[in-house]
Design a protein around this ligand. Structure first.
Ligand code: EPU
Length: 440
């Protein structure tokens, strides 16, 4: 039962209509049982954009019911697609496609920019709101635009909007200065309907890009190399519809793994994309977390929790895949804040991803940051406090900390967490956490 008197399960999954929501946690309860891992947010959002490449129906299975997916639905319908949800399935039909992208959802969610490649490829033009910086740093989209220009598109930035036009895109060689996930996906999708062959060099290698390649090829595209640093796309005249099951969320899996390591107990996560969690799992071993893989798609984490176990400190560098994921850096830092010794954490993907550290300090953490680096001096225990999440994974760090902390915490800004974690309180409560959604 939430403190507001309403069970968490009856509240809207995305916090809609509850402008000021917080998550209350009383730390110290071990987590025992099984958590079902949802479909990957960062794959589902891109596959939804990819569905705009065809006029035929596409069905995506295992799509999580989170705020970001709802915002992407708004973008797709704003562009003229019909989107219907039935259980965990989304049916997307983009028979006709407009060129004006709705402003509000793109302003709220940067991933909205991922419709650019598909819409230009299919419709020949798009106008989209220029996404700004965010709490992780400036996050420009220059690689996306340079790549589209190289493929022959005219790009104009005017009155806060970006206009991209191309009668038909032409295949070419593109080199990315940094293996940007979003630019790789946008350009790969743009290239699918281009004339000739596009080769993306220094492409991002994240597993979600392989998921996109599999879906696109199922619809008749000719993409190869996803998962490596060179992606080759042979343009085709058109795509068919398709049905595809989104891969499980590796970041959500890692978040629950860290929650289990912090709180202690015996937690199973399933279906877990174990094959793409190597960097996280090897750090778990290094610091002394007990984990195992009882079968191909299950991860189990157990033990007495961070306070009793006294994990070893570590050096963690967040890098593009297959390096340690930047999206796991904040909850990992929260765990290291309770280790026996001093850890060094750096983030070489996002320039300003330590905003949550000030909130961890309120809980007693001893962390010092300088630019992209944090020095984390482990303390014996954290104490509950009133803190605020300013972004999704920073919020996850606060959840991990609060589950292991002594006493009660109140995490404001819960809406950030609902962008990426479906039914978070309900699922954690289901494995024994003392947690509730509250109104503040
Ligand atoms: N960058 C540029 N120019 C560009 C594009 C990127 O300078 O044109 C820089 C960014 O500023 C950043 C770095 O390159 O410093 C990496 O950005 P990338 O493009 O790889 O990130 P993204 O595609 O915008 C996705 C995820 C993020 C995740 C990053 C890195 C989605 C919807 N988002 O963002 O996920 O952190 O890749 O892995 O897929 C999250 O889920 O919490 C999240 C932020």
């Amino acid at each position: 039962m939430g403190r507001s008197g309403m069970p968490a399960g009856e509240m809207p999954a995305d916090g809609g209509g509850w402008p000021l929501q917080a998550i209350w946690i009383r730390g110290g309860s071990p987590l025992r049982g099984t958590v079902e891992i949802q479909g990957a947010k960062n794959s589902a959002l891109k596959l939804m954009a990819a569905a705009l490449l065809t006029a035929e129906p596409c069905v995506l299975e295992n799509v999580p019911d989170i705020r970001d997916v709802r915002m992407m639905i708004e973008i797709l319908t704003g562009l003229g697609a019909e989107v219907t949800r039935e259980g965990d399935q989304l049916r997307i039909v983009a028979r006709e496609l407009g060129e004006e992208t709705p402003v509000e959802p793109v302003r709220e969610m940067r991933a909205g920019i991922q419709v650019m490649g598909p819409v230009v490829a299919r419709r020949g033009r798009i106008r989209i709101f220029q996404p700004g910086g965010c709490s992780l740093g400036p996050r420009p989209i220059d690689f996306h635009l340079q790549g589209l220009r190289a493929m022959g598109a005219q790009v104009a930035e005017e009155f806060g909007f970006i206009r991209v036009e191309a009668e038909r895109l032409r295949g070419t060689d593109i080199y990315l200065d940094f293996p940007s996930v979003g630019a790789t996906e946008n350009l790969m999708m743009a290239a699918v309907l281009a004339e000739g062959v596009t080769v993306i060099h220094n492409a991002a290698r994240e597993p979600e890009i392989e998921d996109a390649q599999r879906f696109l090829n199922q619809c008749g595209a000719r993409v190869s190399g996803a998962g490596t640093g060179v992606i080759r796309v042979e343009g085709v005249e058109g795509l068919r519809g398709g049905r595809y099951r989104v891969m499980p969320d590796r970041i959500e899996t890692a978040t629950f793994l860290l929650a289990g390591a912090a709180a202690g107990g015996d937690l199973a996560l399933r279906p877990a994309p174990v094959y793409c969690l190597e960097a996280v799992l090897s750090k778990m071993t290094e610091i002394g977390v007990h984990w195992e893989r009882p079968d191909r798609e299950t991860l189990r984490v157990w033990g007495a929790g961070a306070v009793e176990e006294g994990y070893r400190p570590a050096r963690v560098r967040a890098l593009p895949y297959p390096g340690f994921p930047t999206d796991v850096q904040p909850p990992m830092t929260a765990l290291l804040a309770m280790a026996r010794g001093t850890s060094m954490v750096s983030d070489e993907v996002h320039s300003a991803r330590f905003g949550y550290v000030g909130e961890l300090r309120r809980m007693g953490a001893d962390i010092w940051t300088d630019g992209r680096t944090a020095v984390v001096r482990g303390v014996k225990r954290l104490t509950g406090a009133q803190v605020a999440a300013a972004d999704l994974r920073g919020g996850a760090a606060l959840i991990v900390a609060a589950l292991a902390a002594e006493g009660e915490s109140l995490i404001e800004g819960a809406t950030h967490l609902y962008r990426g974690y479906a039914r978070l309180e309900e699922r954690l409560a289901g494995v024994g956490a003392r947690i509730a959604r509250v109104e503040v």
